[in-house]
Ligand binder design. Structure first.
Ligand code: 9YW
Length: 409
């Protein structure tokens, strides 16, 4: 059984391999996405290290002059996805979007180096690029030390309830006509709504209007939310970058300072009333009061926080398959609508492996077993219904296959 699934997972990576970069899935997502690609590299590292390093190199080849690594690289135009390069008008060396995504690449590079120590020269060459990207976050995205997103797509959790209040404050009445493509690939009931898409596009238009000038955007962008996903993944990535830097004989003093700043920032996301880490609107200072799986990334970030245990356990117990993206007991929970309830293997890996490292063995085992069970029963889907296990979203999904190869299988 396991052998067979290993083969299927490898076949998915090959199927989605465009030669140098990997698509999340054909049809729905026909480009190179940032954090998907880092997962893909790790998946490849389990059976084809050379291809794994190439994936990372292609991702980092899209880095902007200022250090940002975009959330999408549009290597070849594809009419099946909207909004494409003509709408985004990114200003990097490769046509791209104008925002970033959770910076998990350094952490996966550390894993790749463990799996393939002979890749060290390639890792060394990538290290300074990753550092420049991390520096970009520290310069442009902090609020009280926590990392902000400037667009819901930047968090990788597109329509999470975390952003609802901030989204309501955006006036998108002049966004104009456009045709969505996502809803022609996947059931619209599983996708973000038109209300969301209008605002996703409005934010892109605002970015384009100032040529993605981060300084100007800091003043005019109507959306700026400090996010646990971003804060915890960057904190973890800084730790991994620091450890690799030491090994390579690099000066890591600045990275140590960044870690301290981010630890302080992470604490500002603790919402005592919720008993969880929460997103916080940087423009209003208000917590969003949303219990999501992002809170449980604290362990992955190296923060072994006993305060976070009770609510996390309750979330695990509230679903058949842990861990739901949004609290199954909360009002507005939707088991099939993207980031408003479904369980995502990639988040399970980040949360579960962090728990393993920090000695939260019971919760970790539960998450890992559930992740494996979902794939054994229902294949390598984008995400699943946390109660029924129904596979949903795109099929033959790259990062789900990578999680099987690297961890769950
Ligand atoms: C979009 C590719 C991406 C992921 C995100 C996920 C979704 C939609 O798909 O984004 O149009 O960018 O939310 O995390 O990287 O799998």
């Amino acid at each position: 059984m396991t052998m067979e699934l290993d083969e299927q997972a490898r076949a998915i990576l090959r199927l989605n391999d465009m030669g140098g970069y990997t698509l999340p899935t054909h049809g729905l997502y026909p480009y190179q996405w940032n954090w998907d690609s880092a997962f893909a590299a790790w998946g490849f590292a389990t059976f084809d290290p050379d291809r794994a390093w190439t994936e990372m190199e292609t991702l980092m080849s899209g880095q902007w002059e200022d250090g940002m690594v975009p959330h999408i690289l549009f290597h070849r135009p594809d009419a099946g996805y909207f909004p494409g390069p003509d709408v985004w008008q990114g200003r990097g060396p490769i046509p791209s979007s104008g925002i970033s995504q959770p910076p998990v690449a350094a952490s996966f590079m550390a894993k790749m180096l463990d799996l393939d120590p002979s890749g060290e020269p390639r890792a060394r060459a990538l290290w300074s690029k990753l550092k420049k990207w991390h520096a970009w976050f520290m310069e442009w995205r902090l609020d009280k030390g926590a990392v902000c997103i400037t667009h819901p797509w930047e968090a990788g959790r597109d329509n999470a309830p975390d952003w609802d209040v901030a989204m309501m404050a955006i006036d998108a009445s002049d966004v104009g006509e456009y045709t969505r493509r996502d809803t022609s690939h996947v059931d619209p009931a599983m996708r973000p709504t038109k209300f969301d898409y209008d605002r996703y596009l409005k934010l892109v238009q605002i970015g384009v209007s100032v040529g993605w000038d981060h300084e100007k955007l800091r003043e005019i962008n109507p959306f700026r939310v400090a996010d646990p996903t971003m804060t915890f993944t960057l904190l973890r990535a800084q730790r991994d970058l620091l450890a690799m830097g030491r090994r390579f004989g690099e000066d890591v003093s600045e990275i140590s300072e960044w870690i301290t700043t981010l630890e302080i920032g992470a604490e500002t996301l603790w919402n005592p009333e919720l008993g969880a880490y929460d997103s916080r609107d940087a423009l209003t200072g208000m917590f969003n009061n949303v219990r999501s799986n992002a809170s449980a990334l604290c362990w992955y970030a190296g923060i072994n926080d006993p305060r976070a245990v009770p609510a996390t356990k309750r979330m695990l117990d509230a679903a058949e398959y842990a861990i739901a993206s949004f609290d199954p007991e909360a009002e507005g929970f939707e088991p099939l609508r993207y980031w408003r309830g479904p369980v995502w293997p990639i988040m399970n890996y980040l949360v579960g492996s962090g728990m393993e490292e920090q000695g939260q063995i019971e919760m970790a085992a539960r998450i890992r077993q559930d992740t494996a069970r979902l794939m054994e029963l229902n294949g390598f889907a984008e995400y699943y219904d946390p109660n029924e296990g129904t596979p949903a979203g795109g099929g033959s999904f790259t990062w789900t296959a990578a999680v099987w190869l690297g961890w769950a299988g």
